[in-house]
Design a protein around this ligand. Structure first.
Ligand SMILES: [Cu+2]
Length: 306
């Protein structure tokens, strides 16, 4: 994407220099002479010239279109069996990340992270109050379901949920293919990690809203902390809906997952912060910090607040 943009700008600059050159050439060398009563030679209705400057822009558009499609297909490419599948749930105003499946290959072992119990509970839950009270509920507008039906959301055994005091950290391995599956529990949000050069709207009921809520990244190239944001105005605290992607080595990632697994699976049942600390990483986000959500909060610059 960066290469496409760089070359597009270079092409635009070349075009710009040409147009500026021609403009100034005409302005400077074809001025009306001071004491000459005549106009310069008129060159309108030059058919070959007009054909040329109609055809050339089409060629330019075609070339830009070609490279855009090539890059877009590459960016949107999905391969079978990604190494990590992450469920992303956006809600007003924070994020929940869950590991649906992990397969790091080479003796790493496969891990199925779906929380069957929670998933079954939400799928069998009554879709509305009327249904809960045993009344004959009206079929809802979304394929017969009501908007309150959240059974399309995914629930995993290892999850990280953000709060007003804690930025949610999504820990991921470097050098592995990662699949993101996005869904919102309420309004439309957008998942954006600026460093990934990619963002995608996060819809409630993604299928019914005809949005492709699944995308992959081929790999995260370097370790580090990358800030993530909600990029769709989603209400009062939209601006505070930040998160962090923490890219660690595959070894550290495997350790992290072991520490976070429930005790019933031989794990240590640790929180995100505890497990991060245990693998020698900062337990709190380093790329962004929580905002105060107290709307009455005001602080003069240079004055220590609380
Ligand atoms: Cu949002």
């Amino acid at each position: 994407m960066r290469e496409l943009w760089t070359w597009s700008v270079i092409a635009a600059l070349v075009m710009g220099v040409l147009v500026w050159g021609l403009t100034f050439w005409a302005v400077i060398f074809h001025r009306k002479k001071k004491d000459s009563p005549e106009f310069p030679r008129q060159t309108a209705y030059n058919v070959p010239l007009e054909l040329a400057y109609t055809a050339v822009p089409f060629v330019i558009i075609a070339v830009l279109f070609y490279f855009t499609v090539i890059v877009q297909n590459h960016v949107l490419e999905k391969k079978d069996n990604p190494n990590v599948v992450v469920d992303v749930t956006a809600y007003q105003w924070n994020w929940k990340f869950g590991y649906r499946s992990i397969d790091l290959g080479e003796g790493g072992g496969k891990y199925d992270g779906v929380d069957q119990e929670a998933q079954a509970a939400v799928e069998s839950a009554p879709a509305s109050e009327a249904e809960a009270e045993g009344e004959h509920a009206q079929p809802g507008p979304i394929h017969g379901k009501t908007p309150q039906d959240l059974s399309y959301l995914h629930y995993d055994k290892i999850e990280t949920v953000g709060s007003s005091n804690e930025i949610p950290i999504l820990v991921l391995p470097t050098g592995k293919r990662i699949q993101f599956e996005l869904a919102s529990a309420d309004v439309i949000h957008a998942f954006w990690v600026p460093e990934f050069l990619f963002k995608r709207d996060v819809n409630p009921n993604p299928k019914e809203n005809h949005s492709d809520n699944v995308f992959q990244i081929s790999e995260i190239e370097k370790e580090g902390a990358f800030v993530g944001r909600c990029a769709e105005m989603c209400g009062t605290f939209h601006a505070m809906m930040n998160f962090e992607v923490r890219a660690v080595s595959p070894d550290k990632f495997a350790q992290y997952i072991e520490l976070r697994k429930p005790a019933s699976e031989g794990g240590r049942d640790m929180t995100t912060a505890e497990a991060l600390q245990a693998i020698g990483e900062s337990p709190v986000a380093t790329s962004t910090s929580p905002f105060t959500t107290d709307r009455g909060y005001k602080q003069a610059s240079g004055v220590e607040g609380n």
